[in-house]
Design a protein around this ligand. Structure first.
Ligand code: G6P
Length: 472
């Protein structure tokens, strides 16, 4: 890459903000990538003059850098084998389950690790080539934990940030990882290492102390080479503006009313919105809802449950099994309780555009976020940002990062099915005055701590690191 094409600020993430999709007739198009990471980073990237290094979501795509929506994109090619070993394998069948408290058993395969090292190096080299002298590189998430140290080797002049979007597990679990020391060394290549919750930062520092015997003082690690990375929580958030604006639009509000009518105008609509992932506790919430029907505490005429489960990681075994389990459970409950006019669970294994999501949030009286473990959970924040009418109740798992901030939600331990049933009933029966009181406080938190506040605080920490580096 020529000097003039280098950017002052480079984001590196497994995915580009857009995925290339090829229709059955061979026509190609681009669509927004799934997940919270892209949603959180896109608004900041539109403001800065930067480049984004990532994968376009398809095998063997050798694409030249291009600009989309004002963001310079640098695609990384992955072969079908690398997708199987680095992405589906090590990232999503080793690290993902291990870091989410082994809800599913992590698989440890040496070939997967080899591919992870190889692909991390490819991302690191592309980022190092794309970054201007004394620039900044911000690496994202668990797919790229080795990249910070690799970039540091290639480009000691650059200031490096790393943000971890998912949980970092307690040492007793982390210690299972056969490559636990290599991963810590990889992360410690960054100048600022950010986590979602204070507990994640504490877990990481405990691993650094116990495995590498580095000294840790006031959130700063001191390494033998004098490099001293800062480790801190920076809870991520959303860009609230589009949610607030869409929620006020007459056509979207009309669509919300139409959704209620389509569902037979039940008294209460419960909503779940997740990637179809075993960390999200979808089975637990389906079970709790099914038992409430079974016990006659609610009826399908009065309370409908809409579950949007967007397809995710469909070639990883644990996800294939999860889909079978959920669809069996949903079909059983619907078979037992549906009437010709009303359905118990309206299950949608699809992704929807943001307009439709906002209409769903507006139509929903109760939002169910029952993750067994979740780094943050931005769906909870999207629901709150949408409810300008100060109505609706949020049921929120205490095992999400969001629970640290959204104190006025109805908190729940999703493993406790009786407790979950009580929480759902509390939300269903919550008087409008209490909904309003809680929602106002939830909204205050989300609107004040939006994604701008998040990126600004991380970038400020990086600027401090750069100043420290210049002095040294
Ligand atoms: C989570 C992860 C992201 C990931 C997203 C979607 O939000 O933190 O890194 O991109 O899920 O998952 P996928 O495997 O489709 O990229």
């Amino acid at each position: 890459m020529s000097r003039s094409e280098q950017a002052e600020f480079v984001v590196v993430a497994n995915r580009l903000p857009v995925d290339r999709v090829v229709a059955p007739d061979g026509e190609e198009s681009w669509r927004t990538s799934p997940g919270g990471l892209v949603a959180a980073l896109e608004p900041m990237m539109r403001r800065v003059d930067g480049a984004w290094v990532g994968w376009a979501g398809q095998p063997d795509l050798e694409l030249a850098p291009f600009t989309a929506d004002g963001i310079r994109l640098i695609p990384i090619a992955l072969s079908a084998e690398e997708i199987a070993e680095y992405y589906e394998g090590f990232s999503n069948d080793t690290i993902w389950p291990l870091y989410h408290d082994v809800i599913a058993p992590p698989q440890y395969h040496r070939e997967w690790w080899d591919a992870y090292v190889r692909v991390n190096r490819r991302f690191a080299e592309a980022a190092a080539a794309a970054c201007a002298k004394d620039g900044t590189i911000w690496v994202h998430d668990y797919q790229l934990q080795l990249a910070p140290a690799m970039i540091r080797e290639l480009r000691p002049d650059v200031t490096i940030g790393y943000f971890h979007h998912i949980p970092f597990p307690a040492h007793g679990l982390y210690a299972q990882l056969p490559w636990r020391d290599q991963v810590l060394h990889g992360l410690l290549g960054a100048d600022v290492i950010g986590f979602q919750r204070a507990q994640d930062a504490t877990n990481f520092l405990a691993a650094v102390r116990r495995r590498l015997r580095h000294e840790v003082k006031a959130s700063t690690v001191t390494k033998a080479d004098g490099h001293s990375p800062l480790v801190k929580a920076f809870p991520i958030s959303i860009d609230t503006a589009p949610y607030r604006e869409l929620a006020q639009r007459p056509d979207i509000r009309a669509r919300a009313a139409e959704i209620r009518a389509e569902l037979g105008n039940p008294k209460r609509i419960l909503l779940g919105v997740d990637r179809l992932d075993y960390t999200k506790g979808i089975r637990h919430r389906v079970k709790a809802y099914g038992e409430l029907l079974e016990q006659g505490r609610i009826s399908v005429e009065d309370v409908t449950f809409v579950q949007v489960a967007s397809p995710s990681r469909e070639r990883v075994d644990a996800y294939v099994h999860l889909r079978d389990e959920i669809e069996l459970a949903v079909a059983r409950i619907n078979g037992d309780h549906d009437t010709t006019g009303h359905t118990a669970i309206r299950y949608l294994h699809q992704g929807f555009p943001r307009e439709e999501m906002v209409a769903l949030y507006l139509a929903a009286d109760v939002m169910l976020v029952t993750a067994l473990r979740d780094g943050m959970n931005l769906v909870a924040k999207e629901y709150v940002a949408t409810r300008f009418d100060n109505r609706g109740a949020l049921v929120l798992s205490e095992f999400t990062g969001a629970a640290d901030e959204l104190r006025q939600a109805v908190r729940v331990n999703p493993h406790d099915i009786e407790g979950l049933k009580e929480a759902i009933m509390t939300a269903i029966e919550m008087p409008a005055s209490e909904q309003g009181r809680r929602m106002r406080s939830l909204r205050k938190r989300v609107l004040e701590h939006d994604v701008d506040a998040w990126s600004t605080s991380f970038l400020d920490a990086l600027a401090d690191a750069r100043a420290k580096k210049a002095r040294a």
